[in-house]
Design a protein around this ligand. Structure first.
Ligand code: FAD
Length: 310
């Protein structure tokens, strides 16, 4: 059995494994793929000390760093259930879709999240070529240009306010008849001279020249009239879905599926810790996920020295 078994090989899981392995304890990572969302990222310009890198490059150096400590990597496997310890200091089981079960004294859950997509034509084609999901990451790429945000919840309205400070003009589209964001955010958005809002707007297509996004098409659900707006970028902000479905019977989750953690990365279960985009951590960023992974691993080590035989 492992002393620390990390589920998820994104930045949170990789940082957790490095911190655990440096304590000289048997550490494993179980992950469907190594690198997580970072693998889907082109330019990364907000990783402090690295002015510019690309996702696959960062993922490769994370993997090399993890391997240099002898962490056991189990890849191309998915966890399908967690079995809590039945006694204080007992083993936690991670059951895989293949049928096998891995046992560990402590587990760090870092299964990450995925952006909800609109599913309309052009979204996949122009992903990272104008269609994006992360204002903190990609906002500066659209400096001085016209952009749109899809989604009128807190994240969409926050994104529009944030972008308005950088871009020429931002249009926010909401499918529903009204915005769902907090009043204070809505008031701020409506006060901005270079932002406009369309409610009842159903996005129908992303179009471009084959290499770059040029426009977004939507239908007004009230009038049935089709519209087209010229934009260099669209930020899709219709939800981030934690990869936590397999934990819902055992680990305490919020109604949105986020794993509930305290400021030391503890979940509701003894010996089970969590970090990164799958958790209640409010900011979903690489450097934040790495910090949280380190915290969770140090908490797991703290648990081990209190509960294990010498
Ligand atoms: P993830 O990166 O999501 O990794 C989770 C891992 O767990 C994955 O490898 C997955 O395969 C595995 N997994 C999930 N479920 C299971 C299971 N049941 N069994 C086994 N394995 C499982 N952040 C920045 O700071 N800067 C940026 O420039 C930036 N750009 C981004 C661009 C894009 C297109 C996207 C999508 C995100 C971007 N982000 C950026 C956000 C950043 O990538 C995430 O905050 C970060 O990757 C979260 O790390 P994580 O380890 O929590 O989860």
């Amino acid at each position: 059995p492992y002393e620390v078994l990390v589920v998820g090989g994104g930045p949170a899981g990789a940082a957790a494994a490095i911190y655990a392995a440096r304590k000289g304890i048997r550490t494993g990572i179980l992950t469907e793929r190594f690198g997580g969302q970072v693998l889907d990222t082109m330019a990364i310009e907000n990783f402090p000390s690295v002015e510019y890198t690309e996702g696959p490059k960062l993922a490769a150096s994370l993997e090399a760093h993890v391997r240099s400590y002898g962490v056991e990597l189990v890849t191309s496997q998915r966890a399908k259930a967690l079995h809590p310890a039945t006694e204080d200091g007992g083993f936690v089981g991670i059951e895989l879709e293949s049928g096998a079960t891995l046992r560990a004294r402590t587990v760090v859950l870092a299964p990450g999240a995925r952006w909800r997509q609109t599913g309309v034509p052009g979204e996949a084609e122009y992903r990272n070529r104008g269609v994006t999901y992360c204002p903190h990451c990609d906002g500066p790429l659209f400096k001085g240009k016209r952009v749109a945000v899809i989604g009128g919840g807190n994240s969409g309205v926050e994104a529009a306010i944030d972008l308005a400070g950088l871009v020429e003009h931002v249009t926010l589209l909401e499918f529903d008849g009204k915005l769902r964001a907090d009043d204070v955010l809505q008031r701020k958005l409506y006060s901005l001279p270079n932002a406009s809002v369309h409610v009842n707007a159903q996005t129908t297509a992303f179009t471009g020249d084959g290499s770059k996004l040029q426009a977004l098409e939507y239908t007004d659900r009230g009038t049935g009239v089709a519209h087209r707006i010229d934009v260099a970028g669209v930020f899709v902000q219709i939800g981030l879905l934690p990869n936590s479905e397999w934990l819902k019977d055992t680990v305490l989750l919020t109604p949105r599926g986020e794993i509930v953690i305290d400021d030391r990365g503890h979940t509701n279960l003894a010996g089970v810790f969590a970090a990164g985009d799958a958790t209640t951590e409010p900011f979903k960023q690489i450097v934040v996920a790495m910090g949280a992974g380190s915290t969770a691993a140090l908490s797991a080590f703290d648990h081990l020295i209190r509960h294990s035989a010498p």
